[in-house]
Design a binder for this molecule. Structure first.
Ligand SMILES: *Cc1c(COP(=O)(O)O)cnc(C)c1O
Length: 354
């Protein structure tokens, strides 16, 4: 094999998705999915014809939802495909460099490795904010900058003024990509309205999180039409299957958007409940504030907690191996019952009454 494949693919560590890690249990709080199934129903369509390159109905629906024009939107196979298309379209293997700010979403590094693109890694500060001084020092030799906002796995927003200050000094040959996978939980913090002001701003969105459609694999790139058109060049010939766009269109009907918004309120309620309870345990060191549908928790001994929860059928995401996240676990916000399950398991560990 070593002689058969390029070295960078031989050395490639694929993305360790929750499904690939493959832990099994009863309660899944490891992939930031919605715990509620959708109310949309699958309506069978004729499949003998190829789909439109981009479903015009879906483009119009998402344009309405995100308050921009259809020329500013590319529909993708999840936000993950957006991350990849940008590298494919704008980066020269071995020459170009992308910048990102760990601990953050792992796909930026995985895609850079997959395409043999160099990485400029600038860790976030202990406050979980951007290290502006170092970012500005290196901004001139990078092609793409990926900012996950709100950040996964820390759960916080970066300061708006920091992101604006990057946009204000960014060279024209560089793109700033804001991954807004969790923005629906706090939509007023979106940068979407800045697309008209900054020609090199790109935003990534998804239906996988707040919309509860992880299995659908549908996301969006939002940017000025020149960038959208370049991405179209490197897209697959028929990137979005007809059943996917049909279901995505339904998910953007007013009735479903209301349902999603109710679920978001429930997530916030459950999160407040879970955070308060977690703070009362002596095994918990700190619960980081979160604007998303997950919380990052620092325990005193996270490996013991991880195994104990697993023993009780509760699967969460280990983050303790990441820089700055010693003893940290990421817990997705589930139903109230699922939040209580976690509390109950921790009570057993500490010999506490519920
Ligand atoms: C979940 C997630 C994605 C992936 O979204 P898909 O649309 O399911 O591909 C992208 N970015 C971040 C930060 C995520 O947490």
């Amino acid at each position: 094999m070593k002689r058969l494949i390029p070295h960078h693919i031989y050395a490639l560590q694929p993305y360790q998705s929750a499904r690939r890690i493959g832990l099994t249990g009863r309660v899944y709080l490891n992939a930031n999915e919605s715990p509620w199934n959708n109310i949309i129903k699958y309506q069978h369509t004729n499949l003998n014809r190829y789909p439109e390159f981009q479903s015009s109905v879906l483009l119009n629906k998402y344009a309405q939802y995100s308050n921009i024009s259809i020329d500013n939107i590319l529909i993708t196979r999840g936000a993950d495909e957006g991350i990849e298309l940008l590298v494919r379209a704008f980066c020269m293997p071995k020459n170009d460099k992308i910048m990102f700010f760990p601990p953050t979403y792992d796909m930026y590094a995985v895609i850079a490795n997959m395409y043999n693109i160099k990485k400029k890694i600038i860790p976030i500060l202990s406050s979980f904010q951007l290290d502006l001084i170092n970012i500005k020092k290196h901004i001139n030799d990078v092609k793409l900058i990926y900012i996950c906002n709100p950040n996964n796995p820390t759960g916080n927003f970066f300061l708006k003024s920091d992101i604006i200050s990057i946009l204000d000094i960014i060279p024209l040959k560089t793109l700033l990509i804001i991954d807004e996978a969790y923005i629906d939980f706090s939509v007023k913090n979106s940068f979407v309205s800045k697309i008209h002001k900054y020609a090199n701003l790109v935003i990534l969105r998804t239906l996988s999180k707040a919309f509860g459609l992880s299995a659908l694999r549908c996301g969006f790139v939002l940017s000025n039409s020149n960038i959208i058109n370049v991405l179209k060049k490197v897209s697959a010939p028929y990137p979005i299957a007809t059943p996917v766009s049909d279901l995505a269109i339904q998910s953007l009907q007013l009735e479903n958007i209301k349902y999603v918004q109710e679920n978001i309120l429930q997530v916030v309620f459950n999160k407040d409940f879970l955070v308060k309870k977690l703070q009362s345990f002596s095994c918990v060191d700190y619960v980081f504030p979160s604007k998303t549908n997950f919380v990052l928790v620092r325990f005193f001994k996270s490996d013991i907690i991880f195994q104990h929860l697993l023993l009780h059928g509760i699967v969460v995401r280990d983050q303790s191996y990441k820089t700055g996240l010693n003893n940290c676990l990421r817990i997705s916000i589930g139903t109230m019952k699922e939040c209580q399950d976690i509390i109950q398991a921790l009570c057993m560990l500490e010999g506490k009454k519920l």
